[in-house]
Design a protein around this ligand. Structure first.
Ligand SMILES: C[S@@+](CC[C@H](N)C(=O)[O-])C[C@H]1O[C@@H](n2cnc3c(N)ncnc32)[C@H](O)[C@@H]1O
Length: 259
């Protein structure tokens, strides 16, 4: 209902450039444009009474159907030479995602999937949300950006747009910087340091100054496992650690206990 939110102006830095260069585009379908009455009404009262309004059924459904049709025409980027994209046809149906506090938590995997598919329909609710039957009939998946309630789906959609944009080939100069990000490999990122070598007595870890790339790689992998174990043990529990990963994590734990 607020297409002015999606000019791309909120995207700055690399994602802003990618947006302006046309690597990603956003097309808005405003339910108000599909409202038939004189006042272009887009809200309606909930059955059973209670506070607040719901989005009026016909306009939001028409907006979703039009968006789906337009997104179906968007083709998968030929620049993505992966197994998954090989068989992708031009007429691939886009996923219709309702941004909702009741959805499954948004993951990096979701963003990667949409970046690869080339198109996705994001449904932004307003008021108290949308009629349950539309969720059943027109929505493929509900996705939440956290256990809190915002007043509309636009800010969550903007988060999705930013996250997807940086995964589109060509958007971020050094591809490794996105493939090494937290969650890409199911772990958090390893700790990073820049100049100066010392801040108030805190030193940059020696190994990072050694120039030994093998050792640095091993240290980073160990740190990623250790930090994930400390901050997000659920991610470690959900992962079957390889022998070397288990060994690195044990080493990390032994070293931190010693300290
Ligand atoms: C005020 S909320 C409606 C909340 C709804 N009555 C409930 O309690 O589940 C209005 C809209 O904001 C969006 N929204 C709010 N919080 C969100 C979140 N955490 N993640 C994704 N979308 C959210 C949804 O599109 C929702 O339809």
């Amino acid at each position: 209902m607020f297409p002015e939110t999606f000019t791309g102006d909120h995207l700055i830095g690399v994602t802003g450039r990618a947006f302006r260069d046309g690597l990603v585009s956003v097309e808005c379908f405003n339910p108000r444009d599909f409202a038939m009455d004189r006042h272009r009404t887009v809200d309606d009262k909930p059955y059973g009474g209670g506070p607040g309004m719901l989005m009026k059924v016909a306009p939001i459904r028409k907006a979703i159907h039009n968006a789906k049709e337009a997104a179906t025409e968007a083709h998968v980027s030929p620049d993505v030479p992966t197994e998954a994209s090989k068989g992708a046809s031009k007429k691939m149906l886009p996923e219709v995602v309702y941004l909702s506090p009741q959805g499954q938590p948004l993951t990096q995997g979701d963003l990667a999937e949409w970046a690869l598919k080339g198109s996705v329909v994001l449904v932004c609710g307003r008021y108290e949300g949308i009629d349950e039957r539309i969720i059943e009939s027109d929505i493929d998946r509900e996705v939440s950006i956290g256990d809190f309630v915002l007043s509309g789906g636009e800010v969550p959609a903007m988060a999705v747009i930013d996250g997807v944009t940086r995964l589109v080939p060509g958007a971020v100069g050094d591809r490794d910087s996105v493939t090494q990000d937290s969650f890409s490999s199911g772990l958090l990122d390893y700790p990073q340091f820049t100049r100066p070598e010392e801040i108030e007595g805190r030193q940059v870890p020696e190994v990072l100054l050694s120039g030994d790339h093998g050792k640095i790689e091993r240290w980073r992998q160990k740190q990623a496992l250790g930090k994930t174990w400390e901050k997000r043990p659920d991610l470690i529990r959900a992962r079957s650690l390889t022998k070397i990963e288990q060994q690195l994590l044990d080493e990390y734990l032994a070293e931190t206990v010693k300290k």
